[in-house]
Write a protein that binds this ligand. Structure first.
Ligand code: ASP
Length: 326
């Protein structure tokens, strides 16, 4: 029997950590180095490898995400390829995974993974995570699930997964609904499916300017004022209601064509659309023309950036967001 072909794209991060002469551990291992650490993987998949970047994930922004998305799309279009694995620093892994989820429309799996402990540390989790990501990408059961994130034996949907801690291998969780599946004894098991699979939109280039604001209780509007003054095309605000000043600034911005998306500040949950009808409450905000997001503000920013860069109209953007929980 021919084993499934998995294409591994590496980008750096802690999983590729190498001891430097300075004593610092920085991305330096290649795809070849990473795979050398997991010989049993050859019993499960044929592998093709490609070093795309070798950086800490703070250096991966929307342009690099677009480059990864296009590369993954092209690789998956090859009939022989069963799936793609992307190794990535965990700092922005969630954002890159979500970027590919909203841009690459292949039924074949794209599986992101990384490491919380670098290869110099005891019980480093990188080799196990990479092994599991390859098993996940090779599994026919992983088709039609969108982009996946495999960490610490769990398989998460890019739509729901969040990083919740700075250093523990169990930092990646899907709040509210839990992971989609698990890997045990070199086998992949699924118990859930993503809530929805939406259309994907691949922009030519990243042209839009979109930022996220997170006002706290009693904030005086400095964040929103400063961001809007910078001349954004879109803003994502993580809040459930706004005071008069914020509301006026955002309403004026919408009148100038700035797209405003509101997202839950809690890492899960959807805005209340039938409950808070008072001035500045969620239902009122949507009536005013704000778009609500069913994912975190960080993911909503990625999606708005993609939508605006692709030139989607207001109605198309609203429908794309509101379909998340239709
Ligand atoms: N500093 C690293 C990065 O995001 C952290 C990690 O890979 O876990 O690249």
């Amino acid at each position: 029997m021919t084993l499934p072909l998995v294409h591994v794209l590496t980008t750096g991060g802690t999983i590729a950590g190498k001891l430097q002469a300075s004593g610092e551990v920085a991305p330096g291992l290649t795809a070849e180095d990473l795979l050398e650490r997991i010989p049993p993987v050859r019993n499960h998949a044929r592998l093709r490898i490609e070093n795309v970047f070798n950086v800490a994930s703070a250096f991966i922004g929307p342009e690099e995400m677009l480059q990864l998305a296009r590369r993954a799309r092209d690789v998956l279009a090859e009939p022989d390829v069963a799936g793609v694995v992307v190794t990535h620093g965990t700092g922005t892994l969630i954002q890159s995974a979500y970027f590919l989820d909203v841009t690459v429309g292949s039924p074949k799996p794209i599986v992101f993974t990384g490491a919380m402990r670098n290869p110099m540390m005891l019980s480093d989790d990188g080799p196990g995570n990479l092994f599991h990501a390859i098993l996940t990408a090779a599994s026919p059961a992983s088709r039609d699930l969108g982009v996946l994130v495999t960490m610490s034996n769990h398989i998460h949907s890019a739509q729901t997964v969040v990083k919740t801690q700075t250093s523990t291998p169990g930092a990646f969780v899907s709040r509210e609904f839990g992971p989609l599946g698990t890997i045990q004894e070199e086998r992949v098991y699924y118990a859930n499916r993503p809530y929805s699979r939406l259309r994907t939109v691949m922009p030519e280039r990243i042209t839009a300017r979109v930022e996220r604001a997170s006002p706290d209780a009693g904030s005086k509007g400095f964040q929103i004022r400063a961001l809007l003054a910078a001349g954004l095309d879109g803003i994502v605000v993580e809040a459930q209601r706004f005071g008069d000043d914020d509301l006026k600034m955002l309403t004026d911005a919408m009148a100038r064509g700035v797209r405003v998306v509101i997202a839950s500040p809690y890492g899960a949950g959807r805005p209340h659309l039938g409950t808070y009808r008072h001035k500045g409450g969620e239902a009122h905000l949507v009536e005013l023309g704000m778009i609500y997001s069913g994912s975190t503000g960080q993911k909503a920013r990625i999606k708005l950036l993609v939508a605006l860069s692709a030139g989607l109209s207001f109605d198309e953007i609203r429908d794309w967001f509101h379909a998340e929980w239709a």
